[in-house]
Design a binder for this molecule. Sequence first.
Ligand SMILES: Cc1cc2nc3c(=O)[nH]c(=O)nc-3n(C[C@H](O)[C@H](O)[C@H](O)COP(=O)(O)OP(=O)(O)OC[C@H]3O[C@@H](n4cnc5c(N)ncnc54)[C@H](O)[C@@H]3O)c2cc1C
Length: 343
Amino acid sequence: MTEDVAIVGAGAAGSGAAYALRDAPVDVTVFEKSRGVCGRAATRRREGCRYDHGANYVKTDDERVTTLLTDELDADGLVDIEEPVWTFDAEGTIAEGRDADERKLTYADGITGLAKRLFDETDATVHRETRVTEPVREDGRWRLYDADATDLGAFDTLLLTPPAPQTADLLGNANWEHSVRRDIREAVAVVPYRTIVTAVLHYPFEVDWPYYALVNTDKEHDVGWVSREECKDGHVPDGESLLVVQMGGDWSVAHYDDPDAETTAAAADAVATLVDDDRLADPDWTDTQHWRYALPEGGVDDAIEAATDHGLYFAGDWVAGESRVHAALRSGLETGEAIADEV
Ligand SMILES: Cc1cc2nc3c(=O)[nH]c(=O)nc-3n(C[C@H](O)[C@H](O)[C@H](O)COP(=O)(O)OP(=O)(O)OC[C@H]3O[C@@H](n4cnc5c(N)ncnc54)[C@H](O)[C@@H]3O)c2cc1C
């Protein structure tokens, strides 16, 4: 009999799991609270530009994931960022970086193209703008509800992929009477996260740097990362620059609720000083994004494994213990395969 699988979250982990289940005898339904797919690997479009304002690129540290991107999925539009990443310290001293040979992958249509390509290979039904708020355990299945108490259906297997604090909230709301529930929820709830505020700065001229990005290595600077989207084919029209500035963890926590104009002004001033170019203090348009749960700073313990006996699975960067797209995708692939083995 065909089993019903629900996946909450259409990020790298959720889309990877759906991909791994594409040939299994299951019906897969994905619920995603946002309008778009790919979660924190996010892309926006504005005034002829496209920019990845969350994850900047996919690293090629995992051979299986790299092969998936380059050989299995539609590689049309796959972009290799060729310029290197350099470093800077608390004093703003810039130095050549360590990763000159590392490949950095995204798509001309934006990094969200990864989840789109994964879903394209599946028959999964993806419901966007649908936030799951309550899983209910009844008759050996999982019935899901949204915030309006709309019944989203009952499923044999439930895979949760939101960031750990949001997954812990779902487990907290779960109508599921079992002794393991509390241990699992506690294990998920304690995964620590770094907060990041992102500022996007656009200029009607092109900056001329020998690097794609600068990363702060001592984590003592107000800016954590600054990169040029024009180094990605298809992202920025010629003659323009678009900088993605990720503010440091301490700055982001202290200024999380600042008005957007203050955030972008602070980011622009900091970058202008860092690279010694006064023009950068005055972008012609800006954007922001606040990532309260940006990067897990640790993994989850084994307590979550007890959930599989109850048709409940977890995947994501926090399950992999590494805050990277490739790790989240790998976690989704492996969890999808584990579910396929059970049906
Ligand atoms: C600013 C920033 C920069 C980064 N830079 C890089 C980088 O350069 N390279 C790199 O490899 N990684 C980077 N990362 C990390 C990378 O983005 C993540 O590790 C990866 O995207 C996590 O994927 P995931 O599927 O585990 O989670 P997510 O991408 O968070 O996916 C979870 C999904 O669940 C959805 N969701 C949550 N709750 C619900 C609900 N109740 N109902 C329905 N849907 C729900 C969310 O909307 C989301 O789409 C960065 C992250 C940030 C924030």
